[in-house]
Design a protein around this ligand. Structure first.
Ligand code: MN
Ligand code: MN
Ligand code: MN
Length: 286
């Protein structure tokens, strides 16, 4: 929970969550209903490389009295590694940005075909159609995992990742994405704020993460996701210090994908560590 001391209004922010428009299990409307039910007051839907869920989410947010911020989570490359950048408070009708999103969808299809090809090389049947059915559109790794379970290739989604789809496995395809700087520029050019998502999830050394953040800021990135689900207090402390030292704005996001995980619920993050400048004070509505 975040306390907004200036106005003494209770604030609960969550600026990172997924719906069925990408790999979440709740529809955009259901997701916003859930956010409202658990007390979230400021919310952004950040599906992977698509803003298709925004109109539905915005309509429900308005009916439930939530402050809704446009959002998206874009995949990109930095030194051959896949990095996720959350874009917030951009103009969702900006023509250049819509073009970037169309390109991301093309990249996603290319990647899906590559994943399917590689899985076949690993001895599995062709999964592309089944994964596409799971996704209701362009499939990502969770959809391939679900298809594998449905087709009896593995017993659990967890196994699908540990054997075939997880980091470094045969179905982990990252080379399709555009460069970090191009993605940050696209967000900035659409009037948005670019946030480096879940920085500790990349499992980088502190030195490498600092180098990533330096390149991110040089490209126009302004935010660091200091709080995310399942993060140790030590990691949060490290990120808070990094945020202070680099002058980044602090963002908070659960990265919610589906209900029922004890370690991840909408709006359940601790308060921002002291001395950080919250990103929401820079939103246009603020
Ligand atoms: Mn996801
Ligand atoms: Mn991510
Ligand atoms: Mn995410």
């Amino acid at each position: 929970m975040q306390a907004n001391e200036a106005t003494n209004v209770r604030m609960c922010a969550d600026f990172h969550a997924h719906s069925t428009a990408s790999d979440g299990t709740l529809s955009p409307g259901q997701l916003v209903e859930r956010a409202a039910d658990v007390g979230v007051t400021h919310f952004a839907l950040t599906d992977h490389d698509t803003i298709a869920g925004l109109p539905e989410a915005a309509a429900v947010a308005s009916s439930r009295g939530l402050q809704f911020i446009t959002g998206v989570e874009l995949s990109c490359l930095w030194r051959t590694q896949t990095i996720h950048v959350v874009g917030l408070d951009f103009d969702a009708e900006d023509p250049g940005f819509l073009q970037t999103l169309a390109q991301q969808e093309t990249f996603r299809w290319e990647r899906a075909r590559l994943i399917a090809e590689r899985l076949q090389k690993a001895g599995l049947p062709d999964m592309l159609t089944a994964a596409e059915e799971e996704a209701g559109g362009v499939p990502g790794r969770p959809h391939f995992a679900a298809a594998m379970v449905r087709m009896g290739c593995v017993d659990h989604v967890r196994l699908a990742f540990s054997r075939y789809l997880g980091a470094g496995k045969i179905g982990d395809v990252s080379r399709c994405w555009p460069e970090l700087a191009a993605i940050v520029t696209a967000i900035v050019d659409a009037g948005g704020l670019a946030v480096l998502a879940h920085p500790k999830k990349y499992k980088m050394t502190a030195t490498k993460l600092r180098a990533l953040l330096a390149d991110f800021q040089a490209a126009g990135g302004v935010g660091l996701e200091v709080l995310t689900s399942g993060q140790s207090s030590g990691d949060t402390g490290f990120l808070a210090e990094l945020c202070r030292r680099t002058g980044c704005l602090a963002s908070v996001g659960s990265d919610f994908h589906f209900p029922g995980a004890a370690w991840c619920e909408l709006g359940r993050l601790p308060a921002l560590p002291v001395g950080l400048e919250p990103i929401w004070t820079h939103f246009r509505a603020a």
